[in-house]
Design a protein around this ligand. Structure first.
Ligand code: CDP
Ligand code: CDP
Length: 231
């Protein structure tokens, strides 16, 4: 059967990774969480005194970029691949609100994007890939057979992310989660290099009032149509 490339972009906490992973599992495709790569570079920057509330040393990060090695690895008992930063599993460490506070400024740096986009495009050569992020349909895979652009109200997205963080035991305030989501929306859509925007041929889904299961069936049908050559 023909294998396609599926690009899922959109705003923070819209359910991109949830639907991307469901699709990949169903179709037997590889799932790549491109946001995890930006988060891992951010964690590296935090660990190496490059970024903090007081300090932001872009030049140092650019110099150290060649020493950042990112890899996805999967074990049979993990539900999804984990990201490894220089050999260490950082899947859990990259999900906290502190990393979320610094990731969008880091993702504005063109040298960071060039490095990560090259690695993402290499993974795309495999075909049968579902990748989610902000610039997948516009920059990473402009020729993807299926492009989805996801949105939902900021309130709804903050409620979802707040639940996720508190469920895993993080002590966060709802207002800080909402503020972070709005700040990232703003930085991600206004940056010069590869801003978050809907590709002209992407299908937009607002899932403010759509549950995970219905959203999956909608996107799966779109994928099946393309695999079968009906579209
Ligand atoms: O899951 P969530 O929506 O919170 O974010 P993510 O997908 O983990 O991405 C974190 C951040 O990385 C985004 O807010 C963007 O600043 C950046 N990012 C990007 O610039 N380009 C991508 N392809 C993926 C993420
Ligand atoms: O990848 P992205 O940041 O866009 O979102 P996600 O991590 O897939 O989803 C964020 C949270 O929203 C997860 O806890 C999902 O279970 C939840 N969600 C939901 O409740 N209803 C939806 N229609 C989509 C996602």
């Amino acid at each position: 059967m023909k294998k396609i490339t599926i690009a899922i972009d959109g705003y923070s906490s819209t359910g991109k990774s949830t639907v991307a992973k469901q699709l990949a599992d169903y179709l037997g495709y590889i799932y790549v969480d491109s946001g995890a790569m930006y988060r891992a570079v951010t964690l590296f920057a935090m660990q190496n005194g490059i970024i903090s509330k007081e300090n932001f040393d872009f030049e140092k990060l650019k110099k150290l970029l060649p020493s950042i090695q990112l890899e996805f690895k999967k074990k049979p008992d993990w539900s999804k691949a984990h990201i490894f930063l220089n050999g260490k599993d950082v899947e859990n460490d990259i999900r906290n609100l502190e990393v979320s506070e610094f990731v969008s400024p880091i993702a504005t740096i063109p040298e960071v994007r060039t490095k990560l986009v090259a690695q993402q495009q290499e993974m795309g050569l495999l075909k049968g890939v579902v990748m989610d992020g902000r610039d997948i349909g516009t920059v990473v895979f402009p020729n993807a057979e299926l492009k989805i652009f996801m949105n939902a109200s900021a309130e709804k997205r903050a409620e979802r992310r707040y639940k996720e963080l508190t469920d895993r035991g993080d002590s966060v305030k709802f207002k800080d989660v909402l503020r972070n989501i709005e700040e990232r929306d703003n930085i991600d859509t206004t940056r010069k290099d590869s801003p978050l925007k809907k590709a002209s041929d992407a299908i937009e889904i607002d899932n403010s009032d759509i549950n995970i299961e219905d959203q999956f069936h909608t996107v799966l049908q779109l994928a099946k149509d393309r695999i079968a050559g009906r579209v």
